[in-house]
Design a protein around this ligand. Sequence first.
Ligand code: BGC
Length: 446
Amino acid sequence: MAKIREECEILHMTDKQLREIMTRLHNDLVKGLSKDTHPTATVKCWLTYIQDLPNGKERGKFLALDLGGTNFRVLIINLGENHFDMQSKIYAIPNHIMTGTGIALFDHIAECLANFMKEHNVYEERLALGFTFSFPLKQMGLTKGILQRWTKGFSCSGAIGEDVVQGLKDAIARRGDVQIDICAILNDTTGTLMSCAWKNHNCKIGLIVGTGSNACYVEKTGQCELFEGDMSKSDMLINTEWGAFGDDGALDFVRTEFDREVDSNSINPGKQIQEKMISGMYMGELVRLALVKFTRMGLLFGGRGSDLLFQRNSFYTKYVSEIESDKPGDFTSCMDVLEELGLSHATEADMAAVRHVCECVSRRAAHLVSAGIATLLNKMNEPRVTVGIDGSVYRFHPHFHTLMCEKIAQLVQPGISFDLMLSEDGSGRGAALVAAVACRESLGCA
Ligand code: BGC
């Protein structure tokens, strides 16, 4: 165990390293926002064209689409006074569609939408729709967004460089059976922020720690050099796309052999470097690679692994949450996981070591996210900010929230207070709210 603890030290980031990361991220955010440096910036800081937060008076019936996490969902949302109701359905995106053509993806989405409308008896209505599309988009307006890159295992051909709203409109037109007004396209971080801000006016940061990772925040319009519209509104939501932080080597000083291997085995090597150190798509695999190394060194399982242990992506990220949910000294979940992996010969010392590896990987992710949030809080320099958060890792990991609270408190400038709030279904409700605010502002729909 002592040897494993020593080996895991590379996963520990000191406060000095975290502060260095904060300086680098801050510089990258400024580069992303500035006109001259934006084209070569790694953290793009895309404009969202969302300048109005909800005021709680939004009303009406909206459709929403949510694409970009593990699931694809269609939702219908009724916003009323002080309450809303929502019905939704999850549709699978089969692997051949995730990696097929853009056209096939949009046809699939349009088909799910039409089926959903039939089931909810709104097939004949012309409803406003908000589209949560959680990939990097260069937005040209609230209803125009050019896809920059795929992330999180998607790789549909012919979609990069294209307007996603147009792609969906074309697919709906090809069917010809439903009428939709697409009022807004947004990122899941933006939806999360909007959905929290509906109740809590201090909510000025939206964060996702799920399959992928990203954050958005409220910036002064004056700082958004790429914005050429109406400067009379003081604020603009910025989608940082911080998953790409590190793509230029900025995080190499803290990356490990496990990070490099996860990256080289991925479908987008060299891209989304920070995301690969944080998010649910990769966390389990990082743990597995460490376990494989320690088994080969003879430090774990008596040097005897299993076929599954040696098989890529067999250690699910949800295992990390399960293992860390065991009380100290108890290894019930850990034992279940190891049995599933064909490692029932594990001793109690092995189980303690496996838990230690999980803790090191998840704690590092929480600290990296915390450094990012502290950077945003310091940059915004507002006395009190609520961070709206969603995503499977934040939601299901037993200690992520506490780790983040502690670390942000250490890294943030004195005088800034913050709280972290779980956002209830930001991608769905947030999409409806953005559509509703767009209608309120009568910006017109596409
Ligand atoms: C995407 C972001 C998204 C994040 C969380 C990343 O891979 O690039 O747009 O917000 O995942 O879903």
